[in-house]
Write a protein that binds this ligand. Sequence first.
Ligand SMILES: [Zn+2]
Length: 258
Amino acid sequence: MRWHAGLVDRPEIGISFAPELRLFVASPRREGRTTVRTDGASTLGHVVESLGVPLTEVGALLVGGRPVPDAHVPADGDEVAVHGVTRPQQLAGPPRFLLDIHLGTLTRRLRLLGIDAAYENPDVGDAALAARSAAEQRVMLTRDRGLLRRRELWAGGYVYSHRPAEQLRDVLSRFAPPIVPWSRCTSCNGLLHHATKASLHGRLRDGTEHSYDVFAECADCGQVYWRGAHHASLNAVVEAALHEFGPSSANNPSTSLM
Ligand SMILES: [Zn+2]
């Protein structure tokens, strides 16, 4: 009795994706539920990824309403629901980030909020980015879906919007990093420490030295910051982030330097 074998060997399954995942799926399959014939051996994680959805963006996988791991091998007739990540997303370590070259503005805004945000120069390839994510346990933030499929990544996050303001809200709501404004160098990601006027003497223009009293200096690159020098747009970024996302109770706002 082998007349049924073809069906058993190549199971047909139904998959529905959460709305926020549908942009990754090839357009004819985007709406609601789709059916797929698998090879009978591939894991559900592989099937989801082969439909274009990076696993970094996937939360719960349900078969018939029950949660299954990525390694589940779908059987004929399985009805799969693919959920997006729950927010805030739990990480295996402190939230720190690595951003690709297209996210320079987002990088500076994260640093402005005191969030550890490393940034790679344009010459570095996907392999080097993924290796750094793994070595330093940084969440790779990118709009490059191919990069998010790299197995070496410690963790990854797709940045949905083109607009920096929306990108920042996306990252803050997804990973809930503690916000400590004015504590990190926006140029190099180094930590700021208090600096006295005396220690900076000769490095400031006269007007600056006479007009301001609170100074901070980057421990890594030596860039000097002073209270009052912030452009109104930077203040607006900080105020908006604090209003919506923090500072969290776990975070001591008094560690802010400026
Ligand atoms: Zn610096």
